[in-house]
Design a protein around this ligand. Sequence first.
Ligand code: SF4
Length: 250
Amino acid sequence: MLNPVEYSKKIEKIVTKGVERKYYRLVRPARFYGGISSSDCSGCNLRCIFCWSNDLAREGKMGDFYSPEEVFNALVRYAKKFNYTQFRVTGNEPTIGREHLLKILELVDQTNYSFTLETNGILIGYDKSYARDLAKFNNLHVRVSIKGTNEKEFGKLTLAEPNAFHLQLQALKNLLDEGVSCHPAAMLSFCGKKEKDALLKKLREIDETLVEDFEEEYVFLYSSAVKRLEKFKTKPIKTFSPNRIPEELI
Ligand code: SF4
């Protein structure tokens, strides 16, 4: 099974070159968060069986290198074009390539735009100094997307060592300790109410606000995600078709 911290180092070698990071799509408009300028990076430290990113992009084998300035300028360009006030780097795991990400955040912090960091939390949970670095930015909000509701489910869904599940919860704790604006989301397509409630209990033990701000996440049936689920012979309990996503999940 994959050790996601060790695997991050391997992926980082593939997707970073100095302060540059590899992206498979420099910029696009997205309807989430009421409209957000989005860049899609390459390379992730997990292997989720429901992932909609394609295999080559996830393994960092697809895309081109861009400097933080090039990514920032592209995000601004699309924000102006579509009248957005928010940015994000998504597609894979944006915390890989720390120097690159922090430089983008520095640039965003000199503007009135806000940045949502969508992360699986592994690297922030592993290294508290990452949360300390993120605490320097005022225009930042972190959304930690928890994969599954417990260790066993995490292992099955991400193909990673089950005990790495706790790093996602630790990420939230580290962020709160450092005063970083954050909230948890969790993939609930593969579990029942009992498992969800057990996760909420764990979050409550860290901080009550994590339960108040808790966001439910479900598999959206993009063709790439459907193919991947078929490959792993796994059927989620609850999913949504991409053109019928409920308003509250957008
Ligand atoms: S779903 Fe997210 S965390 Fe999981 S493999 Fe895909 S990009 Fe990585």
